[in-house]
Write a protein that binds this ligand. Structure first.
Ligand code: SIN
Length: 513
């Protein structure tokens, strides 16, 4: 096992340049590190906290993959596109659904303990999937099992060096190319850097994410000149536990796939529990606002089966005095997943030479305006590996995206405030103005209360929030996870992606049907 040195004890001058510097130890980072190391590359893996921190280990539901008897990549792609509301990158979706099968088989061979009989994994159902195609593990603890499996190979790997408590603050750029990163007092030189730092859903007060998911990688990449895209699309998970004094613990969509109902206090069904996430989250938010509390109920199901199938959820709820199979579980939506991120092509290339991104930190466009349930771990497996291969091949040219003006005249003059914002204030602002429903007035207030993202003194979380608020203000329609109460319809003129680079005006890129 290689030493897991604390950042502070690591002298920069001792470091030879790694072939690949991976930032982040979630599913995408671990896959990228293993993939590069298995090709003979030297890998430096940095993580801001502990190896098992971050949001990947919190993923419950599973890994969507088209291996069922009546299933195939084309059906999986069609479901991904239907939920993605017209903004998915088609080639990324085809890559995900096709290469996902091979990636999952490799994970299985690597020892991933999927639930089911030996050699015959169980396939669960989740919203938006036309068939059972969700592999799961650990009784509702798929992310934790996946990270554990990958880590068991990373820790033993002679070509992977790990540094914990190494929070990257900026990238080193020489001659227009990224050549390493700085974390604390240390400099980590590398031939290529791959950011796998997760999303920014922990910026909101109610979140299913780990506290680290505050958009650090996105902010660092943006400052280095990389394009970022689709930041207005933040998915709110409809069913997070709502208990005073407890975290907004995820109650997996897989529970609804097994038959859990969404009910009111009298146990009357409130809404179809298998609506796509954006629709269900909006329906529950409006029910709670106008009528009262909502609950998840599994009382009508066989208690023994529920406790077996979701053993780890059952255990966690017992610790909080709740019975998963017998109690009405109070729920409310919570910020869960960011479709937007650092803009990349399907090989993880960003618009800055030497810089790659994968997983939730990246935005290939695979998830469109709304992610299909359980496509995120699959994204990490497929694109983590592709980004690592591409980084090693070290193609210096940036992708040549076609961009054009915004579809309506929106030459905004931003009146940003100055100074910074405390994280609790930021969370309250985002809850009020950039939640499940937004409107021009609230977004305008938000934009003007946050500092300029291009000011070098703006902290990472505020920078990300300011960009997301601007993107949401610009998009004057409702699509996928972005719902504007003052523009509640989807408009074909907005069928495209908004992306940005530092000190440049926002760009609009049409997505053809
Ligand atoms: C869940 O288990 O509901 C979350 C899985 C996902 O976000 O895809």
């Amino acid at each position: 096992m290689p030493p897991l040195l604390d950042d502070q004890r690591h002298a920069a001058s001792e470091s030879p340049a790694a072939d690949l510097l991976v930032v982040g130890s979630g599913a995408a980072g671990l896959v990228a590190a293993l993939s590069a190391a298995s090709r003979g590359a030297s890998v430096m893996l940095l993580t801001a906290s502990e190896l098992t921190s971050g949001s990947s280990p919190r993923a419950q539901g599973g890994v969507a993959v088209a291996i069922g008897p009546d299933d195939g990549p084309r059906q999986h792609a069609a479901d991904t596109l239907a939920v993605g509301a017209g903004l998915n990158d088609r080639s990324a979706v085809d890559t995900l659904t096709r290469d996902g099968i091979v990636a999952v088989q490799a994970l299985w061979r690597a020892g991933m303990p999927f639930d089911g009989e030996p050699g015959i994994p169980e396939l669960g159902l989740e919203a938006g999937h036309r068939t059972h195609r969700i592999l799961h593990a650990g009784g509702g603890a798929t992310g934790a099992a996946l990270v554990k499996t990958l880590l068991s190979h990373v820790i033993d790997h002679p070509r992977i060096t790990v540094r914990v408590h190494a929070r990257v603050s900026d990238l080193l750029i020489e001659d227009g190319r990224v050549r390493g990163a700085r974390a604390g007092a240390c400099v980590y030189p590398a031939h290529a850097v791959l950011l796998a730092t997760g999303g920014y859903a922990a910026l909101w007060q109610r979140t299913t994410n780990a506290s680290e998911s505050r958009g650090d990688g996105l902010a660092i990449a943006y400052r280095a000149g990389a394009a970022v895209a689709d930041l207005e699309f933040v998915q709110f998970h409809p069913t997070a536990l709502l208990l005073p004094g407890r975290p907004s613990f995820l109650l997996s969509e897989a529970l609804r796939g097994e038959g859990a109902r969404v009910v009111d206090e009298q146990e009357h069904p409130v809404v179809n529990p298998l609506l796509p996430r954006d629709q269900l989250a909006r329906a529950l938010a409006s029910y709670r606002r106008e009528r009262g509390s909502v609950f998840l109920s599994l009382r009508h199901l066989d208690a023994g089966h529920v406790r077996r199938r979701f053993s780890s959820l059952d255990q966690q709820l017992q610790d909080w005095g709740l019975d998963l199979a017998r109690d009405l579980l109070p729920i409310a939506p919570a910020a869960h997943y960011c479709m937007g991120g650092i803009r990349t092509d399907v090989d993880g290339r960003t618009s800055v030479a030497g810089l790659y991104a994968a997983g939730e930190a990246a935005c290939t466009g695979v998830q469109g305006a709304n992610r299909l349930a359980s496509n995120s771990l699959l994204e990490c497996l497929v694109f983590g590996q592709r980004a690592a291969s591409c980084a090693l091949a070290d193609r210096p040219q940036a992708a040549g995206w076609e961009v054009g003006p915004l579809p309506v005249s929106l030459s905004h003059q931003w009146n940003a405030s100055v100074g910074t914002v405390a994280s609790s204030t930021l969370a309250a602002l985002l809850d009020s103005h950039l939640g499940i429903e937004r409107d021009a007035q609230g977004l305008h207030e938000l934009v003007t209360s946050l500092p300029n993202p291009d000011d070098p003194t703006t902290p990472n979380d505020v920078l990300v929030a300011a960009l997301a608020a601007r993107a949401a203000l610009l998009r004057q329609e409702s699509r996928g996870a972005h719902y504007r109460s003052d523009a509640p319809y989807t408009c074909d003129c907005w069928r495209g992606r908004i992306h940005w680079r530092r000190e440049e005006a926002p760009q609009f890129e049409r997505v053809e049907p």
